[in-house]
Ligand binder design. Structure first.
Ligand code: PBG
Length: 329
């Protein structure tokens, strides 16, 4: 007996067929736009390493937020560049701290837009590390876990107090999600969710961001707190601990070199999965496109689709604004 010829190409023959059998669809609902804010007014300064992205003063950021909202983007995530830095990053939660001030302005002007804040110390410390520095047991300068958590809790409370809709700790200290959750619950912020950067790898793909946020470490690297890119099992443990500590959304970061981690995380845990399509992933394609070597829209949309196909239902991406425009075309 002979079998009929299997022909998968039959359903690829025309755009309507392809549309009907498409398994993954990207939507504007999936997108979160990262934005950088610094003090001043009337400032919209392009970031050299991330063309089309800017350091905004709060007033200009509000305008940008309005445009993003009008495009249908549900959420932004804010990163602050403070006027002053010190060893403990106290400008992250000072009275006039840049992120809380900006949150208030955005929430007043565009109340329907979800404002997420990145909770980390690296933008605020003079040494550029993600927390308070002490000598570790080997005699090396290192970020101290629990001292850092105390600072992160202060920062998260300052953000929540200003009206942030969600906080996103990106420091990779152990136990910070639980401590922030408990502090929130005690202070009446029990309804504010936590999106945890759970499996955040020590990656060179953050390079352009560190220019944007002016946060490169002044010595050493982040390998004592961010994850070893070799480890998938450990990533699952990170995700599991964050869920136990009360994370509402878990994140894998970066995205494209870690699609297997996104897939395993979304298969194993029934918590919404976010992925951060980081600065290096963005800038590589941007640079190639500027050289005429690659089609930016095609490469960007294929990247975002792959992240969604891997299992992420929320995608933090510097293409959020462009992608929303492309999706609306
Ligand atoms: C802060 C933070 C970083 C990024 C997001 N939050 C930098 C880092 O950990 O060095 C990177 C984002 C990107 O590269 O787009 N800790």
């Amino acid at each position: 007996m002979s079998f009929p010829t299997v022909r998968l190409r039959r359903m690829r023959r025309n755009p309507t067929f392809r549309r009907m059998v498409r398994e993954t669809k990207l939507s504007v609902d999936d997108l979160i736009m990262p934005l950088f804010v610094r003090s001043g007014s009337g400032i919209k300064k392009e970031i050299t390493s991330m063309p089309g992205n800017y350091q905004f003063s709060p007033d200009m950021l509000v305008e940008e937020a309005r445009e993003l909202y009008d495009l249908g983007i549900p959420a932004i995530i804010l990163f602050g560049i403070p006027d002053s830095k010190d060893p403990e990053g106290t400008s992250a939660f000072a009275q006039d701290a840049i992120v809380p001030r900006t949150v208030e302005l955005v929430k007043k002007a565009v109340p329907g837009l979800c404002v997420i804040t990145d909770v980390c110390m690296c933008e605020y410390t003079d040494h550029g590390h993600c927390g308070a520095i002490t000598k570790n047991i080997d005699g090396e300068l290192d970020v101290h876990n629990d001292k850092t958590i105390a600072l992160l809790v202060e920062e998260a409370l300052a953000h929540a107090g200003a009206g942030a809709d969600m906080v996103a700790p990106s420091d990779m200290m152990d136990g910070r999600v639980g401590e922030i959750r408990m502090a929130f619950d005690e202070r009446g912020y029990d309804e504010i969710p936590i999106m945890a950067y759970s499996a955040k790898f020590a990656s060179v793909f953050y390079g352009p961001f560190r220019d944007a946020a002016e946060s490169p470490p002044s010595f050493g690297d982040r390998k004592t707190y961010q994850m070893d890119p070799a480890n998938l099992q450990e990533a699952m443990r990170e995700i599991e601990f964050d869920i136990e500590e009360g994370a509402d959304i878990v994140m894998v970061k970066p995205a494209l070199a870690y699609l297997d981690i996104i897939r395993a995380g979304s298969d194993n845990y029934e918590v919404p999965m976010a992925a951060y399509n980081v600065s290096g992933e963005f800038s590589m394609i941007k640079a190639a496109a500027q050289n005429g070597w690659i089609d930016e829209k095609g490469a960007a949309m294929e990247s975002l689709l792959s992240i969604k196909r891997a299992g992420a239902s929320l995608i933090l991406t510097y293409w959020a604004k462009d992608a929303a425009t492309w999706l609306n075309e």
